[in-house]
Design a protein around this ligand. Structure first.
Ligand code: PLP
Length: 428
């Protein structure tokens, strides 16, 4: 059996870990079957506990942009660990990675490090509320900003202005301060500002959405959001946890030439260790404790191992801008190959892509927001996922996730993947 040991390990895990996993999407619930337990990884490949090898298109959900066990990162972590793993004091390394990040990303003067993307987004919202002295926020249906209470709000039926909690444990009180908007619909956003005049502290967006599949911002959408936020004295927060240091050195701000007021980071910035960060111009960041009144803290924030990994990762990206061109070329090659084989097999599909974020939707219409993303045929996706898994190609176990391309992928890997998709297409 292909997944014998993984299946056994999943049974054991279920006895002591809710659902057998420490983050829900890993459990394969959306696609069925047993999650594979990974033993080790190198470059673009994962190796599971049963000895199967996979070409990895998830890459730890984004961080491993240069492939697994990237040597400069691994060596930096080992060397750092020998000197102590946590001090709870400032270290020089924190300033070095901060200087580097500030030099790479447009429009930010200061950055604060935390331990996850969730923390980054949660702290950014608190800072925005403190800075503007307003309470409501706008988020977009289908965007994910981590699991803090304010963000676990889904669209209610109809164009409800106030959010409703979609997770028990999120109070109505919290939910009412999160207004929901439709991705790529500027009129909808303007209407929310109109009906909540002078009450909106921040609008948070994934500048390229990656949590409902990959959904690019249409035409002038980000620029229009910038304008409407400025007019309403509302801070524009780009959640660049996925896009940061991936779509360009300076992330989506650079790619689309739109300035955000606060930018959130995670994933790539930690090189595979638990790191998040949020950054802004000085007048906003100085509102944070200990300089300003908005409190935010963390025992392991700026942890030396995490900073060592992140610093090596950012250095590699900063010194080799060609990586972003290569990622674009490799992902475009993959996109073209998938188009070719799925069209030849008369499969109904849509591909969305921005740089090295790409997703295949089994729906013939354009996919540009949460509603259109939900139209995809999930049964076809399940067959697609399991067919590819059996052939050693590991994509995200949910239609609502983007694939993350790594620079470690070779063109042979891409050709293998396209051939695998061609074969799997016969079973769809
Ligand atoms: N923001 C975005 C855009 C994300 O994709 C994620 C996680 O996938 C988060 C925030 C939360 O980050 P973390 O899982 O590190 O808490």
């Amino acid at each position: 059996m292909l997944y014998k040991r993984s299946s056994e390990l999943f049974v054991e895990a279920n006895k002591v870990i809710p659902g057998g996993v420490n983050s829900p999407v890993r459990a394969f619930k959306a696609v069925g079957g047993t999650p594979i337990f990974i033993k080790e990884a190198k470059g673009p490949y994962l190796y599971d506990e049963d000895g199967n090898k996979y070409i990895d298109y998830i890459n730890s959900w984004g961080p491993m942009i240069l492939g697994h066990a990237y040597e400069p990162v691994v060596n930096a972590v080992i060397e750092r660990a020998k000197k102590g793993t946590s001090f709870g004091t400032p270290t020089e390394l924190e300033t070095k990675i901060a200087e580097l990040a500030v030099s790479m990303v447009p429009n930010i003067d200061k950055i604060r490090f935390v331990s996850s993307g969730t923390e980054a987004c949660m702290s950014a919202i608190r800072l925005a509320r403190g800075f503007t002295k307003k309470e409501k926020i706008i988020k977009f249906s289908g965007c994910y900003h981590g699991h803090s209470d304010s963000f676990l709000i889904a669209a209610g039926s109809g164009a409800s202005t106030f959010g409703i909690p979609n997770s028990p444990g999120v109070t109505e009180g919290t939910a009412k301060d999160t207004l929901l908007a439709k991705y790529n619909d500027i009129e909808n956003v303007k209407a929310l500002f109109e009906s909540n005049k002078n009450e909106i502290a921040a609008l948070i967006i994934e500048p390229v959405a990656g949590n409902m599949g990959c959904i690019p911002p249409q035409n002038e959408f980000l620029r229009q959001l910038r304008e409407v936020c400025t007019q309403n004295k509302c801070l524009l927060i780009f959640d660049e946890v996925m896009t940061g240091f991936r779509l360009a050195k300076g992330g989506a701000q650079e790619l689309f030439n739109v300035d955000a007021d606060i930018v959130c980071f995670g994933k790539v910035i930690g090189g595979g260790l638990p790191v998040g960060a949020f950054a802004a111009r000085e007048e906003i960041m100085n509102y944070l404790s200990p300089l300003g009144p908005v409190y935010q803290a963390g025992t392991l924030s700026g942890n030396p191992l995490a900073m060592a990994a992140g610093y090596e990762m950012l250095k590699a990206l900063n010194n080799n801008a060609i990586i972003f061109d290569r990622l674009e070329e490799k992902t475009a090659y993959l996109e073209k190959g998938i188009h070719k084989v799925l069209t030849a097999k008369n499969i109904v599909y849509t591909i969305n892509r921005v740089g090295s974020m790409i997703s295949v939707h089994f729906d013939k219409g354009a996919v540009y927001d949460f509603e259109t993303a939900k139209n995809g045929d999930n049964d076809t996706f399940k067959k697609f996922f399991h067919g590819l898994l059996r052939k050693g190609v590991y994509i995200a176990p949910s239609a609502y996730e983007t694939w993350f391309i790594t620079d470690a992928l070779t063109y042979e890997d891409l050709d293998y993947t396209i051939r695998a998709i061609d074969e799997v297409a016969d079973e769809l």
